[in-house]
Design a protein around this ligand. Sequence first.
Ligand SMILES: [Zn+2]
Length: 188
Amino acid sequence: MNKRVEQIRTDALVAKTLYTKRLRVANGFKVAINILIIITPILFIAAQYVTKGTALAGLTDTTAFIGSILLLCLAIYTLSINLDGNIQKNVIGLKNNVYVASEALKLIDEVSDEKLNWFYTYVAEMDTVDADALSNVSEEERQKAYRSALMQLKPGDNSVVCPICGASPFRYTKGNCQVCGNKPVIIQ
Ligand SMILES: [Zn+2]
């Protein structure tokens, strides 16, 4: 078994987990914003219609005015953070890493240098993209992604352990392993 390819598969699975999480957050944010942008004006119009000519009309108008300004700010903010671009970047990162992880699984026992060198070059290029896109990940989040990667490392095999501390990713107790965050298993 090729250790370097195994390491590449682990890294790709870590990145896959991180991209998936980011994508879920960004998509959730997008849905929430879209709902707000659609629902809010409807509510304001309805409220203004209902309170028209009553003592509450002034209050409704003011609320609708402030609400519209807030909504406009939210729309500008969404444009400024380029939410769609961000979603797209995460989709591409996710796809690439799913591909690398599955190729690595195929190449794990490969001995042909030609095939491996092509793969290493491709992965090195992808790593630069990931390093840039996933630069602001907390240690805890990375450790969690690493444990999830270990669980997926060898499909159907749950005997896999963290190569640094020897703990099983399937049994998690908060510990001080730098890589997986688990409690190191003491080997006698
Ligand atoms: Zn560990």
